[in-house]
Ligand binder design. Sequence first.
Ligand SMILES: NC(=O)C1=CN([C@@H]2O[C@H](COP(=O)(O)OP(=O)(O)OC[C@H]3O[C@@H](n4cnc5c(N)ncnc54)[C@H](OP(=O)(O)O)[C@@H]3O)[C@@H](O)[C@H]2O)[C@@H](O)CC1
Ligand SMILES: [K+]
Length: 463
Amino acid sequence: MDGPPILTAMQMRAAEQAAFDAGTDPYALMEKAGAGAAEIIWRTGHRRDTLVLCGPGNNGGDGFVIARLLRDRGVTVRVAALGESRTASAQRARVAWDGPVEDMLIAAGAGQVVDALFGTGLTRGLEAPVAARLCELVEGATLSHAVDLPSGVGGDDGALLSDVPRYGICVALGAFKPAHLLYPAAGQAGRLALVDLGISLPGTVRRLGSPALTMPGPDAHKYNRGLVVVIGGGMAGASQLAAVAAARSGAGAVRRLAIGGMVAEPHAIIQRRAEQGDAVARELEDERIGAVLAGPGLGLDQEAGGRLTAALGSGRPLVLDADALTWAAKDAALSVPGGSILTPHEGEFQRLFGDLRGSKVDRALAAALRVGSVVVYKGPDTVIAAPDGRARVASGGSTWLSTAGTGDVLAGLAAGRLAVTGDPFRAACEAVWLHGEAARRSGAAFIADDLLRALPAAIAARL
Ligand SMILES: NC(=O)C1=CN([C@@H]2O[C@H](COP(=O)(O)OP(=O)(O)OC[C@H]3O[C@@H](n4cnc5c(N)ncnc54)[C@H](OP(=O)(O)O)[C@@H]3O)[C@@H](O)[C@H]2O)[C@@H](O)CC1
Ligand SMILES: [K+]
């Protein structure tokens, strides 16, 4: 679950400063960063003729180190700079490169381009002629690498501050930055690589890693493996997708409370009629219940409100999705109990929390703190945030997930894992990972039902 840390520019600078204070030589760190990046570029580009673009700061310094080390391996390397080097380490790296330095704005292209113009020190978009030339050079190359960050992206929030080309590989130095995983910036690199600089880093915000799941023990039975109740509504298919996802997430038993006709299969899902709030409340009195899911197909009529009110007042661990979030946004009387899991997409998030400031990670964390619950802020870059400040980011998954019913599957997985683990943050992380893995295994043009079939193999892969 714990992938590599994600640091803002300020956190990165603080981590580097702590390493310097503890005796690390700043120039040695630049050499290490440049060597790590050069190794990755060498492995992919080999002897391809290379143009390294160097900016005025330490990112440019990394570029001079990379140029020198590639040339030492026999690569034909040219360097083009944007002005003078302004930091002590960058000046030292520039002196160590004893070849010519061309003007970036008029330099000719090459088969491989390395962008070391700007990294975490970028404070504003590139001037239009610089951005235009950068795009021409990168798009004209067969291989391209952005060093630390694509020049022109806001490292902390993933915004595009000027025109940014699309790179083959982005080589992150020391740690991932939010822009490596948050869109639109995350879409500007085909692949991500990470160079470990060996410095100690804070780990509260991380990339989502693969979970370690466990088999049921010999004492397992359907109730101690987790009992899930899914509250249904007018759209039976949505709550059914969620119920099957909960069952296939490893939970021991799943009940679906239906308001109308029953769904034929699978037979493993127990279906009961519960149309009014008081009937739902009675169903939720069972103390063995490990998670209640409300939202998928719930409805927005008065009776749906009654069913949701019963869930909110049940005292059981909750997962709230879809219509439950719409209800919570429009009816201030419906307060979300702390310790729940909320799974809003962009529109639901906006309706619930309004315009929060900062990056998607910042907004998810602020929302989690406000409701005292885990927030799964969905999208091509899904952020899972806990009220204690932990966050995990899952990005770059299958874009085929943008189809009807996949949100119901995710909500069901979250409820299932919550019943299994009893830990909302862990459950949300496991659910997002399993959802992404089931999508990856389902290939192209799948439908939500296909994800359900892919789940057992996705789980087996992590046992
Ligand atoms: N710290 C370390 O020890 C290590 C750091 N490492 C590397 O350092 C990178 C961070 O370096 P950095 O802080 O020097 O910032 P960087 O991104 O090179 O640019 C800043 C310069 O650009 C300028 N500038 C900004 N925006 C601009 C614009 N739109 N158009 C024009 N100019 C603009 C800005 O000037 P100003 O804003 O004052 O005008 C300043 O001169 C990091 O990403 C990693 O690659 C690694 O070597 C590991 C060791
Ligand atoms: K760069």
